[in-house]
Ligand binder design. Structure first.
Ligand code: 6PG
Length: 477
């Protein structure tokens, strides 16, 4: 008997993906650099399906039916290249290597091009949902060739999360498209979490609510427009008590957010493409700020008495509703920006990514799964060329309805000295986007003044330059 698919790299994600495949009736070849992991998987879960364990890469490859499909689940970067280099000499034309880790899409493009030359398919695949998702149904975002998806599609669709009978998996696009979309997913994940953290901070500082009370508020929010996995687990984390001290868990955790880098990649790519993903950028920088402990300590000393005015909340319920509305509006902005980024990447690299389908596969399995992704999907299905999610009629109304709350929250946070970088920058983005005239005109004037960088006029075609140091006459540039 030959295996239909293989997994090499059996740390927790690889192990759970392998088990998920086996539970769905696929015969799964197993390999890991250290054989203990392979053995323990078979010992602990061998009864869940049919596994073919191998100790060497050569035996592993030989245990697979052709065309072979091999999932690599190892650390991004060097370790992935090392496994690819070990695998390639053992493979034959049309075999498929699937990288299911969080690789940078540029690495995926490079690897795909190199392996295509050798007649192999390389499929960079985003997999979201953490450990539990990998086992019970992740959101799967495969890139690579259409031909490879003919074999992989049915397998991936069957092990993916299912929402309303639809699997959370589509062929995102060729070469690096899958990892690009997964990268943006993670960027949105950063923005989502930063917005949640700011809402928590406002409720804690503004209302003086306890973590347990705020957990209840989030629980209530989870039954409305905000319904999502991250809101649900926020309630869970806030309600948790530290066993050692009896304090709220959130109060014993060091307040320095870490990252493995996908948020940073998203911002770097958006800068290259010129897409203002301000919510994701602020979220990434907020993590960076939190990590600069020495600077924070110095600033605390320098500005000890320079805080804001404490928030005086007269109507508790109205304030909670304002924070909820501001959170929702800011969240719509973050997703709008993320989908703009996907569109820009798709155009730059010729991927033809369907944004409606992307929203569809994020409805289940992944970390940012949320009820409103149904609406996002509808928005892009109704108009695949939608210039911004914010102008879709449903979201335009939702955002407009939230604007008064949003302004109140950002204004009172600024007055109270509570930092809300993501709330504030999302509001600024919304105001910038809908503005009739932007002060960018002045910037163009300054650029022309100091560097003859030229400008365009509102009333004539072409570019112009003013003789700032001379007679101030204007001439076509
Ligand atoms: C997912 C997650 C996952 C990511 C973690 C941690 O979709 O399952 O995005 O891929 O690795 O969320 O990311 P950071 O360490 O960068 O916060």
């Amino acid at each position: 008997q030959l295996a239909q698919i293989g997994v090499t790299g059996l740390a927790v994600m690889g192990r759970n993906l392998a088990r998920n495949l086996a539970r769905h009736g696929y015969v799964v070849a197993l390999h890991n650099r250290s054989v203990e992991r392979t053995r323990s998987l078979v010992a602990d879960h061998g009864d869940e399906g049919t596994f073919i364990p191998s100790e060497s890469m050569a035996d592993f490859v030989a245990s697979l039916e052709r065309p072979r499909a091999v999932i690599i689940m190892v650390k991004a970067g060097g370790p992935t290249d090392a496994v690819i280099n070990e695998l390639v000499p053992l493979l034959e034309p049309d075999d498929i290597i699937i990288d299911a880790g969080n690789a940078h899409f540029a690495d995926t493009r490079r690897r795909e091009a190199a392996l295509r030359e050798q007649g192999l398919h390389f499929v960079g695949t985003g997999v979201s949902g953490g450990e539990e998702g990998a086992l019970l149904g992740p959101s799967i975002m495969p890139g690579g060739s259409a031909q490879s998806y003919e074999k992989l599609g049915p397998i991936f669709r069957s092990i993916a999360a299912q929402v309303d009978g639809e699997p959370c998996c589509v062929h995102v696009g060729p070469d690096g498209a899958g990892h690009f979309v997964k990268m943006v997913h993670n960027g949105i994940e950063y923005a989502d979490m930063q917005l949640i953290a700011e809402a928590y901070d406002l409720l804690r500082e503004g209302l003086g609510a306890s973590p347990a009370e705020i957990a209840d508020i989030f629980r209530t929010w989870n039954s409305g427009d905000l319904e999502s996995f991250l809101i649900e687990i926020t309630a869970d984390v806030l309600a948790h008590t530290d066993a050692k001290t009896g304090k709220a868990f959130v109060d014993v955790v060091l307040d320095q957010a870490e990252q493995k880098g996908t948020g940073r990649w998203t911002v770097q790519s958006a800068l290259d493409l010129g897409i203002p993903i301000t919510g994701i950028a602020e979220a990434t920088f907020a993590r960076a700020l939190s990590g600069h402990a020495d600077q924070r300590a110095a600033a605390r000393r320098a500005f000890a008495d320079a805080g804001g005015t404490p928030l005086a909340v007269a109507d508790r319920d109205a304030f909670i509703e304002d924070v909820r509305a501001a959170l929702y509006a800011s969240k719509v902005v973050a997703y709008a920006q993320g989908f703009d980024h996907i569109q820009a990447g798709s155009e730059e690299f010729g991927w033809n990514i369907d944004r409606g389908a992307t929203a569809m596969i994020w409805r289940g399995g992944c970390i940012i799964r949320a009820r409103f992704l149904n609406r996002i999907r509808e928005a892009y299905d109704n108009d695949p060329k939608l210039p911004s999610l914010l102008v879709d009629p449903y979201f335009a109304k939702a955002v407009a309805d939230g604007v008064p709350s949003w302004r109140r929250v950002v204004a009172s946070a600024a007055a109270a000295g509570i930092p809300t970088p993501a709330f504030s920058s999302s509001l600024a983005y919304y105001d910038g986007l809908r503005r009739d005239r932007l002060p960018a005109a002045l910037i163009q004037g300054l650029r022309d003044n100091f560097g003859a960088h030229t400008y365009r006029r509102v009333d004539a075609e072409g570019t112009f330059h003013t003789q700032w140091a001379g007679d101030r006459s204007e001439s076509p540039a």
